[in-house]
Design a protein around this ligand. Sequence first.
Ligand code: GDD
Length: 305
Amino acid sequence: MRVLVTGAGGFVGPHLRRALQATGAEVFGLGPHPIPGEVDLLVDVTDTKATAEAVAKVKPDAVVHLAGLSSVSECGKEPMKAFQINSGGALSVVQAVLALKAPCRVLLVSSGEVYGAAAGPAPIDEGLLPDPMNVYGATKRAAEIIALQHRYQGLDVIIARPFNHIGPGQTPTFVLPSFAQQVTRVPRGGQVTLEVGNLSAVRDFSHVEDIVEAYVLLLRQGKGGEVYNLGSGVGRSIESMLQLLVARSGREVTVKVDPKRLRPVEIPTLVGNVEKLKALGWKPTRSVDQALSAILDEMERRPAP
Ligand code: GDD
């Protein structure tokens, strides 16, 4: 199976490449920046012509569309750029695949963020009508609509809605690598003041390796035209994740709220019901603790900024 992965140089791309290769797939990574071993085709998905040429050259059996601006706050700061990359990029990819005129499944990686205001305290299932509350969620919902519309032109597409996933390779733009980076600025046994945002938000955290295994499964066994939540089904407050991280770090931490880290709009609780995915045979096998240890190890090894 020849699989083209967009956003191959990002956080998830390298994990997905290895998971696909473990199943015998041949992987072609596409991305806008040269990253040896990860990006084989230097293409920005907002460049429709270059994307079509790359897809035509690879002739994939499947495409996993990961490429996008994945930070909620960065999308809020640059909405037009966010729509161009996240929604326009999806349009480039699905049109390039249709132009192949050959069987090729697209797995569009959206986000649990699309549920927005529709999310309540209970785990959300795929039947709930999305109601995005921020630019990021809206760009992903638009990408879903674009992809699903193309199924009436013959596209075989599946929508993945992952909730928060963590592990090595994620940048400090995101909450846990940010906390880990700050904590590891002092040696073990030391004291550190940690700047934080909203600790009361509740999110559904998974190990990135479990999420990429779900992508591989969906490519092979997902039902065309369907939407699947990907997550743990368990809600954890950011505060409880911080406590787990601090306990593992061996440092004394004082917490200080940095107003710049608070979001203008915050979804209080975002937890997915993942029974539909589990019915395909998916089962998470890594713990959040393992992911936190890997994030801390990575930050301990990094030279101080
Ligand atoms: N980034 C950040 N930094 N977030 C903080 C901080 C901080 O210092 N303090 C508290 N938070 C809170 C945020 O307000 C949010 O409620 C939660 O921690 C998680 O924030 P992020 O790690 O930035 O991720 P996200 O939830 O906005 O989005 C992630 O999950 C989505 C799926 O649910 C990303 O991975 C998205 O790409 C993904 O689609």
